[in-house]
Design a binder for this molecule. Sequence first.
Ligand code: ADP
Ligand code: MG
Ligand code: MG
Length: 251
Amino acid sequence: MLEIRNLHARIAEDGAEIIRGLNLTVKAGEVAAIMGPNGSGKSTLSYILAGRDDYEVTEGDILYNGESILEMDPAERAATGIFLAFQYPMEIPGVATMEFLKVAMNEQRKARGEEPLKISEFIARVKEVAGTLNMDMSMLKRPLNVGFSGGEKKRAEILQMKLLQPKLCVLDETDSGLDIDALKVVAEGVNSQRAPDRAFLVITHYQRLLEHIVPDSVHVLYKGQVIKSGDKSLALELEANGYAGVIGEAA
Ligand code: ADP
Ligand code: MG
Ligand code: MG
């Protein structure tokens, strides 16, 4: 489903290379964990997958279902089923969460050649999914993410994911800001959406999240490259011994 080949990317503004020859393959149905020390390029990778224009790809390719997405803008990527939940979700003052969800869902339907949802149908769907996340409908009248706590932001992201039913979900988690409730919201969101035709890239610094989401594969990102891949036991090894051993081996 996702194949990243020898990706090199730099910050557009100052030309600093952050991603330096990254290779990664994620199959449909797979949950892949991306781990790595702070500053290794995990969030940068998620921004590049989203298509943010602050980054330039200078070499390599990103294939989604066999086709390069490099020329696609962020809206096109979303329309083909790529979903990103960021470490720091964007606050959108002046746009009620409900309105944002409606636009997002209807844009996706438009891209698929479907009619917009009837308003009653839309509200019923949001209510149903919000209920599974213990989200109060009154929260959805507030502007998206503005003044939301860390946990509420995570709930809002998982709500979007459950409503949009994307195929490739990339979740960039805060390294330490998530309390156990927020971790469980994310984990339940991922676990309930696991499907043979859907893949997840779960980005995390600590093994803690992976106690709740058991990954099929674990990849260690360091200095913009995947330096080691393995199964879930690799996460446990990192938890026990830290990143130093794996970094030493790679060097
Ligand atoms: P991680 O998520 O693994 O902690 P990041 O992707 O946030 O790492 O950052 C990787 C490196 O790139 C860091 O050294 C960070 O300072 C740098 N970096 C990322 N984006 C920018 C940017 N827009 N401007 C300047 N430096 C950046
Ligand atoms: Mg970081
Ligand atoms: Mg990060």
